[in-house]
Unconditional design. Structure first.
Length: 646
């Protein structure tokens, strides 16, 4: 379970390991980056250059888009705001329209410009394309050459002509072309065409406005003449003073109605009085009741009609015949007044109708006269303004031929080439690193081996390739702490056999075994070394050399002995012998500590042969060189208890 957790930790992405891996392949990354820059330079040198020219102006039509009053718009402009509320004044639709482009063609001749007119009527499909069309039976549709040419011109024009609006509402015309002078010419012609178009449009609008006002003025004059004629005709047929006539007849009608009311009151009072006389109710109390019911009884007119005394304090009852005669007279008078009122009311209604017609005609005449007067003044003002057409268009910059091309963008292309080369180099480095399966950092190497003891082998480099005598002399002068710590680990393991292997390290297993053996030998401890590498140094063997078991001493210093098989077999060939283990075990009768060493693939063979003996295993590994598969094979055959790295 613990080993699986360690493997999971190793498999996680470590940014530091990635950076170390990339740094290990820095030459490859540098090469791909340089290659990307070189390709960018080649693309820059072989790409058609394009030049951009810009013309800037401000049209006076911009103020027409404002929806605020003039004074308020100026106030907002002074405060730094905009009184157009985001309404664009760019004539984009006009400038990019085909009608405008065809108008420009008369001055710029786009048809003869290969940059805009890219249509080739003589173009022929490639052989492979024609072959495919022939197989599938696709017939080529006939194309109108003129229309295809104009569509090509319009498409290229829209792509290479751009209109922008500056913060102060000015218009920028940006034109791109492979000829700098041609780009400037097109920009200036477009700007002049827009300015001239605006002038002509403004003049045309004024003319249309004057024509419209003139037409309205003529209609107003005609209406005025008609209304005046109708008013004159009505006056001749009726009266020149319809209002006075209506007032006179109204007063007469009111007078008759008042007389009718008074006569009706007298009639009612006389009728009541006649009834009292017939009933002989002529007491003073009845008189008082009559007076309370008909207040007109005490009026002079009532007494005068009946021929009574006009003094209010005196009352005498009149004769019945007199009262009856008065009642008949009043009844006849009421009838006559009603007839007069009806006739007067008819005359008043006729007079009111005439007054209404007269008022309508007079009102129409007044309105026509006012409209005619206003239009006359408006036409005068517009006629004066039409004589002076203000031109508020301001040209801020005429397009000039560009000195430096706008495309291709050299800095951008170089940057892109360098970045792509850098990315390609990084990707190739990662792929190469995953294919090599080596350790690029000491931490990853230590984590993969998981040895009990790890240390750098740099302090042992001076002992490489030295003889046993020289090693003993060097260690006597300056002991190495690495050897001391390794010796402690060996003693702690209670083993009498040490295996030292190396996988593509600067030091061989024999170098470390000789150094550690020289350090651990003493007067009471005999140490032997057997090198199983196939590339070991061939030393001359004297027949008188000392033999230990089946091995011959080829070098010695103190109690350290360098052994090799006494037979004609090489050390590596000894591993395949059946009695290999017995021969190794026989050495322990004369040797206290035995060092077995091998390098690279020989080390794997040696570890396989010693799999059941379980010696103390020391491995030398080198970052960027030692493969993870090699260490995995070593660990599967014999655990690594000591790791030396460089």
């Amino acid at each position: 379970m613990q080993d699986s957790l360690k493997l999971k930790q190793v498999d996680e992405i470590n940014l530091g390991e990635v950076l170390i891996t990339l740094w290990a392949h820095k030459l490859l990354i540098l090469f791909t980056t340089a290659l990307g820059v070189i390709l960018s330079v080649y693309f820059i040198l072989n790409t058609d250059k394009e030049f951009t020219s810009k013309a800037t102006f401000k049209s006076d039509l911009g103020s027409k888009n404002s929806i605020l009053p003039k004074d308020l718009g100026k106030l907002i402009d002074l405060s730094g705001g905009s009184n157009n509320f985001g309404v664009s004044t760019l004539p984009t639709d006009q400038v990019t329209g085909r009608i405008f482009i065809e108008t420009l063609d008369k001055k710029l001749n786009f048809q003869a410009d290969p940059y805009f007119n890219t249509y080739n009527p003589k173009s022929v499909d490639p052989v492979w394309k024609s072959f495919i069309k022939q197989i599938i039976g696709l017939q080529k549709t006939p194309v109108d050459a003129q229309e295809a040419m104009w569509q090509s011109i319009v498409a290229n024009y829209v792509t290479n002509v751009e209109l922008n609006e500056t913060p102060d509402r000015s218009t920028e015309i940006i034109v791109t072309h492979d000829n700098a002078i041609r780009a400037a010419e097109i920009a200036n012609v477009i700007m002049n065409e827009i300015i001239n178009f605006n002038k002509q449009k403004k003049k045309k609008d004024q003319e249309q406005q004057l024509n419209y006002l003139s037409e309205k003025l003529a209609n107003a004059l005609n209406d005025l003449e008609i209304t005046q004629f109708n008013l004159k005709k009505f006056t001749l047929e009726n009266s020149a003073l319809p209002l006075e006539d209506f007032a006179k007849k109204s007063f007469l009608l009111d007078g008759l109605r008042e007389k009718l009311i008074e006569t009706s009151e007298l009639h009612d009072a006389v009728a009541r009085l006649l009834l009292m006389l017939k009933n002989k109710s002529t007491s003073y109390e009845n008189y008082l009741n009559l007076r309370d019911q008909f207040p007109i009884v005490d009026q002079v007119e009532f007494r005068r009609v009946l021929g009574q005394n006009e003094i209010i304090s005196f009352w005498s009852w009149p004769e019945v015949t007199t009262v009856a005669a008065v009642l008949d007279t009043l009844t006849e008078r009421i009838s006559r007044l009603k007839s007069q009122i009806n006739a007067s009311q008819i005359d008043a209604e006729r007079s009111s109708e005439a007054l209404e017609i007269y008022s309508k005609l007079e009102r129409e005449a007044t309105i026509s006269k006012a409209s005619h007067t206003v239009l006359i003044e408006h036409v005068k003002a517009q006629s004066m303004l039409a004589g002076y057409v203000p031109d508020n268009t301001e040209v801020y910059e005429y397009a000039s031929a560009s000195i430096n091309p706008s495309a291709p963008n050299r800095s951008l292309l170089l940057t892109i080439g360098a970045v792509l080369g850098l990315l390609l180099g990084g990707i190739l480095s990662i792929i190469l690193a995953s294919h090599r399966k080596v350790y690029y950092s000491k931490n990853s190497l230590i984590a993969a081996v998981t040895a009990h003891y790890t240390s750098s082998a740099s302090t042992l480099m001076p002992l490489r390739g030295k003889s046993l005598q020289d090693i003993d002399t060097i260690l006597t002068k300056k002991p190495r702490s690495v050897l001391r710590e390794l010796a402690v680990e060996v003693h702690k393991s209670n083993t009498n056999q040490v295996v030292v292997t190396s996988s593509r390290g600067k030091l061989t297993g024999n170098d470390v075994a000789r150094a550690l053996a020289s350090y651990m030998q003493s007067k009471t401890t005999k140490v032997a070394i057997i090198n199983f590498s196939s590339k070991m140094n061939n030393l001359d063997i004297d027949a008188e050399n000392l033999s230990i078991g089946s091995f011959t001493v080829i070098e010695s210093a103190g109690n350290v002995f360098n052994l090799r098989p006494s037979s004609t077999f090489e050390s590596m060939e000894l591993l395949s012998q059946k009695d290999f283990s017995k021969k190794i075990q026989s050495l322990h009768s004369n040797i206290d500590l035995l060092f077995l060493c091998a390098d690279n693939t020989d080390a794997i063979s040696l570890l396989s042969a010693l799999h059941e003996q379980k010696p103390f295993h020391i491995t030398l590994a080198k970052t960027k060189q030692t493969k993870s598969t090699t260490l995995a094979q070593m660990r599967s055959r014999l655990p690594i208890q000591g790791l030396l790295y460089d």
